[in-house]
Design a protein. Structure first.
Lengths: 134, 504
């Protein structure tokens, strides 16, 4: 048994910011807001916006047309599927799974776009130094 | 007090207690100001989706939709569809970028995107106004419920909800309320689902009469009364208001900041779509059965259909238990929506009003939040006392028209269009807010009449939303020199997936 207490040791955590991590050139292009970075961002933005508009168009052309349809073809109000009036079946039940399907489709495609974008940004110019004029 | 009131009293007491107990339990893990406002942004999609569902299904969904369907028929199916489809629009246009913006509230987003204190102040005013407009029917619904189930005076229900909300929100803030609301979604679903099975069994045993036979032809047509051009306008205007209004609701938007990242925000939204879809299949069943078994409620008292149908169809102990169950669900609806709105309004008030220096005093973050929560509850409570008779879903529908004409254009243009300027945003918010606000005030103050003016003011979204959009775009183009310098940088942050590590 030794009487001597162990020497004091300074305890430190790992550095918060990994400052010297080598970041892909594509990422730096975006950070520096160069012309190339701008091209990356614009293409991602456009893809995501068009995807969103496609989903909204699908929504508008299905659910959105129903009021017009029932106005133009009033006899649809009498159509029945089994016991249920058609309008109640379409609007009260079937609309909801359709919304979930649209949402699921959107998420799949949006995440695909983001993965492609991450790959593109990570791979671009990784062979050489940053030469893009700003 | 007769024995009729026992199930109602038991239900209200149990739900209130459960809310307080779960809220207190959440308090033990609520430590920081960040816990208070956004649950430290660590809520997983499944829990968060239940919480959003619990928060979103308000008095209007639980009581109002079935009542409107009973009276007006298929045209009212557009309310629940719109309230669900609103999340699809939110998912594709707003969810992930909004989360990535890293702001707490709508005013925070506006200030970060546009770099203007003026826009921030206007948004704060709008959040508080919309929050109060939306809290009003919650308190009224509570009054209706207690009057129907235990014969209490109308103000009693409002007061109970206000007190429980305040007691559960002020100690634990957002983190504890997340658990409370997730619990309340499942409670509400159970409270509607279990009686449906019993009621359908009774209906079959009675010979399965046809609900449509007991109603006029227009009951089965999904077009607003009186049909024709006006009916078409009203229906589409309602669709615009509900599809776009969801994304601007202050309590819904605040919830998105509790997601860990943009990807989780999307998944949460998809789960919400599913949960809402399951719930909204149920109110039409009550409405259809109500046509056969509760014809006396069609005119005037349709809001209590869900509460009274079980006792009208099934007598005795089973009827009493079912009545207790739907009362519990209704109370859960008032409590969860009011809590969410209170948090959202209090969040804004505490940042912009109670958290500021008053004389030589300045309240700390949590104390300021508690004072703000009290203000957020008391004002709509006082407003709800004089007016107790309105169709719940209609008042809530008007709140959607206001958010669709103000925050929806701001969010959509702010996220997808670099050219938005502070002046353009303010102009659009004013045009949409004043236009729809005037229509709401006019509609609440007068009685409905057939004709175009009543339709245009009763459902303003179809003109006020495009007007707001157009104003924002045109004024932004006219003042294009004042596009914020950091707009490009901010757009990058909104749309870059988390997998790409930028210097944020």
């Amino acid at each position: 048994m030794s009487d001597q207490p162990p020497p004091r040791v300074r305890v430190t955590g790992p550095p918060r910011r990994r400052a010297d991590v080598v970041r892909p050139v594509g990422t730096r292009e975006i950070d520096a807001e160069t012309a190339l970075g701008e091209v990356f961002m614009r293409s991602l933005l456009r893809e995501q916006l068009f995807l969103a508009l496609r989903v909204l168009a699908a929504l508008g052309l299905t659910l959105g047309l129903l009021p017009l349809l029932f106005l133009l073809v009033p006899s649809l109000g009498d159509v029945r599927v089994g016991q249920m009036p058609l309008a109640w079946l379409l609007l009260g039940v079937l609309a909801y799974p359709w919304l979930v399907v649209l949402g699921w489709f959107y998420i799949r495609r949006a995440e695909d776009h983001e993965r492609d974008f991450a790959d593109l940004v990570g791979s671009v110019g990784s062979g050489g130094p940053d030469e893009e004029p700003s | 007090m007769s024995t009729d009131v026992v199930p109602g009293v038991v239900a209200v007491v149990l739900v209130s207690l459960a809310t307080l107990v779960i809220g207190t339990w959440g308090l033990r893990i609520s430590r920081t100001t960040s816990d208070f406002f956004v649950a430290s942004r660590t809520v997983r999609p499944r829990l968060n989706a239940s919480a959003i569902g619990g928060e979103y299904l308000s008095a209007a969904s639980f009581l109002g939709v079935a009542g409107l369907l009973l009276t007006f028929g298929a045209e009212m199916l557009w309310y629940p569809i719109g309230w669900t489809a609103g999340y699809l629009v939110l998912l594709v246009l707003v969810a992930a970028p909004l989360r990535r913006s890293g702001a707490y509230t709508l005013p925070d987003f506006a200030e970060a995107r546009l770099g203007s204190r003026g826009v921030r102040k206007l948004c704060s005013v709008l959040v508080v106004a919309i929050g109060w407009l939306y809290l009003l029917p919650q308190f009224q619904g509570a009054g209706v419920t207690l009057r129907s189930t235990i014969g209490a005076p109308p103000w009693a229900g409002s007061l109970v909800v206000a007190v429980v909300v305040l007691a559960s929100v002020s100690p634990g803030g957002m983190r504890s309320i997340t658990f409370v609301q997730a619990f309340q979604y499942w409670l509400k679903l159970t409270a509607l689902l279990v009686p449906v099975f019993v009621l359908l069994a009774v209906w079959m045993a009675d010979g399965a009469a046809d609900p449509a036979a007991a109603a006029p032809h227009s009951w089965s047509v999904p077009l607003a009364w009186p049909g024709g051009g006006i009916g078409l306008y009203t229906t589409y205007s309602l669709i615009v208001a509900t599809f776009l209004g969801t994304m601007g609701l202050p309590h819904v938007v605040v919830r998105f900041y509790t997601n860990p990242d943009g990807r989780a925000a999307r998944r949460t939204t998809l789960a919400v779509l599913g949960l809402l879809g399951i719930f909204y299949v149920l109110p039409p069943v009550y409405a259809a059965l109500g046509r056969i078994y509760a014809p006396s409620l069609v005119d005037g008292r349709s809001d209590v259909l869900v509460l009274e149908l079980p006792s009208l169809m099934v007598g005795g102990a089973v009827g009493a238990v079912l009545t207790g169950l739907v009362t519990a669900g209704a109370f859960a609806a008032f409590l969860s929506t009011s809590s969410g709105l209170t948090i959202a309004v209090a969040g804004v008030l505490s940042q912009d009003v109670t958290g500021r220096r008053w004389g030589s005093h300045r309240l700390g973050g949590v104390a300021a939040f508690r004072v703000a929560a009290a203000i957020a509850v008391v004002v709509p409570l006082l407003m709800s006392l004089p007016a107790q008779d309105v169709a719940l879903a209609r008042t809530v529908g008007l709140a959607f028209a206001v958010t669709a004409s103000t925050f929806a254009p701001l969010l959509m243009l702010g996220i997808w269009w670099r050219g938005l300027t502070p002046v353009g945003a303010v102009a659009g918010l004013l045009v949409g807010g004043l236009g729809s606000g005037f229509a709401v005030a006019w509609t609440l103050a007068t009685s409905p009449s057939p004709g175009w003016s009543s339709a245009l003011l009763g459902q303003p979204a179809a003109w006020s939303v495009p007007a707001s959009f157009l104003t924002m775009v045109v004024v932004s183009r006219l003042t294009r020199a004042s596009v914020p310098a950091h707009a490009g940088r901010f757009m990058v942050r909104l749309h870059t997936p988390e997998a790409v590590e930028l210097q944020r």
